[in-house]
Design a protein around this ligand. Sequence first.
Ligand SMILES: Cc1ncc(COP(=O)(O)O)c(C=O)c1O
Length: 384
Amino acid sequence: MNIDTKVLHSYPVVDPNTGAASIPKYQSSTFHQKAFPEKQPYTYTRFGNPTIEAAEQAVASLENGKYGVAFSSGMAAITASLLLLSAGDHLVLGENIYGGTFQLLSELLSRFEVTYTFVDERDPSAWEKAIQVNTKMFYLETPSNPLLTVTNIQEVCQIAKAHQLLTVCDNTFMTPYYQQPLALGADIVVHSATKFLGGHSDLVMGFAVTNVAELCEKLYKNQKIIGSIPGIEEAWLLLRGVKTLTVRMKQASANALTIAQKLLTLSNVKAVHYPGLEQHPDHFQHFQQATSGGAVLSFELTSKSQVQKLFQQVKIPIVAVSLGGVESILSYPWTMSHACMAEEDRLKAGVKPTLVRLSCGIEDAEDLWLDIQQALEGEENEKN
Ligand SMILES: Cc1ncc(COP(=O)(O)O)c(C=O)c1O
């Protein structure tokens, strides 16, 4: 089944109990145990809930995975995955990474004697060289946030397999519509479903998907013990949002390519980071493993005052933390997604004070471009 059809039909979309065309919000913390002491499928929502389970099956099926585990946020999914490690273990990860993942390692897991090495994620040999006797995991994020660098998923996963290491891959930016890391050798795919999977900037949620029953059991156990389950309302909104994933991604990615190409022509834009551009250094590798450049790009302006002018003058994109909504979202990684990293670490990772990230929405491309162009090039004027 093609994924355009799968988003609507490859998981429970009709309520088995009533035939309702939308899985209801089973808004209940607990379940009456009529046949006590016999076992029943649902007992307590932290251990399982039909609305959450439908969402888990939806995302698992889109990733072509057997098992999906839902979490209260992307960070909760990443935390549950990294908690497959134990004290004394080491992991390798790319130096271009979401700020929250960096913080999880540097401020929390490091206190529990988990050690880590950052490598140039674009160079598979760097991953191999970083392996130590106690290395247990490779953690990938491709394309990365916010510089859109690309990791060769297949090659890095092969290296991991040769050394009996687990691989976890954050697929938030591409979504399963454009990239499927499990098929490329990853053991676990994680998502911030807050972004494109939900798609409407109205929920916070995360997922981990795997084909390995034992990993699924461990992830469920972590989710249950930590209590990082999503809310019922969020699971329902996710189910609603995922049905339009493919049409949203098509329009938003076409917009991103148009905007990226046009930004290249402006004199006050120093660099454009978008893997959909042929000029992007990882363009070829990206299209070996994904079918689109996606809907997110970042670009560097010539000065901080240009950044300020852009944010003050722009009218269509909302200025906000996050990405992946139907509306375009303009962010400033320096003080938003990567603010939790020390200034020195941000600069080392290439997150400069002149860097701007744009998550394209599904607006008309020309309207979006004209707005960005006037904000970058026009006279300063009063914001409406
Ligand atoms: C690539 C990536 N992974 C994970 C996360 C964390 O997701 P959440 O905010 O849902 O916890 C984010 C958030 O921006 C992200 O961009």
